[in-house]
Design a protein around this ligand. Structure first.
Ligand code: SF4
Length: 387
């Protein structure tokens, strides 16, 4: 019944509505998404939304689960005439979509008309993003300035962060990144400045820097709340090129090196692939590490009868397994590891968004304050340019 309600409202709204779904979203919700992707892909699509044409309609995509990347190459789709985006993801993703879809350039093209970005459950946050506030990062920045030349530091925020922190980076010549382009962004940053301050995810920062050949002796972790330079000796900070915030993703911290040993003893032909939000030991032991888009591509393009153990969010793993029946695909930790906040978006709260939209009284709108959005956009546009 809810599926029918959603699909009939979608066909009435036509091209005026775009539904974006993150790979970690529930299956019954994701079937209604026009596009499914990771943060980088979904941000790019939000940035592409242009002048609305209120009289066009589109065909329903229900039951067309766009798990591959092919839709993202379809520029005609990306230029869809959009007035509203429903974001089936978490809060920082909706903020990012609002900033990009309502950039001054896009607003000018649309004669000042905003695209409303809607999050079906306003409680759908991200525990990692909550681990770094503008206040705490500013405090760290100010403390660093007392012991090193702060003009030699470039701030980088993982896109899994608040708009306030993206604005912090934009104001200081810094940049945002996703797990897809973290290496390119860090390389770019270190070609401009001697050091980086990377937040909130220590693991993505550390794993990427190690892959670039930066030794662990040139990195340190700033522990929020610890007195005396985030719990660091001054000399350690002075010799570090990579300063990492101590945030993490609880979903990816469930994977342990022992899981890799165990799965290899059970499935000798297994290839282990993990997300770089996993800890350093897990990434070092795995056969491969990469973003969700990378994991999807590697498994999809692997030969029939390949065997994979995947260390990332479990709804995504289950979906890849369903899409690749000729391959054996298992959870790395044996037990599923779901992102609980992504799971807050349900068929019920998705369906509840449509009636207000059709009555021109949309609810659950995520709107980033203008001065924050302006500076956050600088960091996000740099992110989209560096691939
Ligand atoms: S999987 Fe981790 S980083 Fe991603 S939204 Fe959930 S808690 Fe945040």
């Amino acid at each position: 019944m809810l599926h029918e309600i959603i699909e009939s409202a979608r066909s009435r709204l036509g091209e005026r509505l775009l539904i974006l779904g993150h790979h970690y979203q529930r299956e019954d919700v994701i079937v209604h998404a026009d596009l499914v992707g990771d943060s980088f892909q979904l941000s790019s699509i939000a940035a592409e939304q242009s002048a609305p044409n209120r009289h066009t309609t589109s065909k329903s995509n229900f039951a067309h689960n766009q798990i591959d990347n092919s839709n993202f190459a379809d520029k005609n789709f990306a230029k869809k005439n959009c007035e509203t985006i429903i974001f089936c993801g978490v809060h920082f993703m909706a903020e990012t979509a609002d900033i990009l879809a309502n950039s001054s350039e896009n607003l000018e093209r649309r004669g000042g008309e905003r695209v409303n970005v809607i999050l079906p459950d306003l409680g759908a946050g991200c525990s990692m993003a909550d681990m770094a506030s503008r206040e705490s990062v500013s405090k760290c920045w100010d403390e660093l300035a007392t012991i090193i030349d702060i003009d030699e530091v470039l701030p980088i925020t993982y896109v899994n962060s608040t708009a306030e922190l993206k604005a912090f980076c934009g104001e200081r010549g810094g940049v945002a990144c996703t797990s897809s382009n973290a290496r390119a962004v860090i390389e770019w940053a270190l070609s401009k400045k001697r050091r980086i301050l990377f937040f909130p995810d220590q693991h993505l920062g550390r794993n990427t820097a190690l892959k670039m050949g930066i030794p662990i002796s040139e990195m340190t972790t700033w522990k929020d709340g610890k007195p005396e330079f985030g719990g660091n000796d001054i000399d350690v900070i002075r010799r570090s090129r990579v300063l990492l915030w101590d945030g993490f993703c609880c979903v990816h911290q469930k994977f342990l090196p022992g899981h890799i040993d165990e799965i290899r003893s059970i499935l000798p032909n297994v290839k282990v692939i993990v997300h770089p939000e996993c800890n350093q030991e897990v990434v070092a032991k795995a056969d491969e590490a990469g973003s969700t888009a990378y994991i999807l591509k590697r498994i999809t393009e692997s030969p029939d009868e390949s065997v994979w153990a995947v260390g990332t969010e479990s709804r995504f793993v289950e979906r890849i397994a369903k899409q690749n029946p000729s391959k054996k695909i298992v959870h790395l930790a044996f037990q599923p590891s779901y992102c609980s906040t992504m799971g807050l978006i349900t068929l019920e709260n998705l369906a509840a968004m449509f009636d207000p939209i059709e009555k021109n009284k949309p609810i659950n709108i995520i709107k980033v304050e203008e001065s924050v959005a302006k500076n956050a956009l600088i960091a996000l546009q740099r992110m989209l340019q560096i691939t």
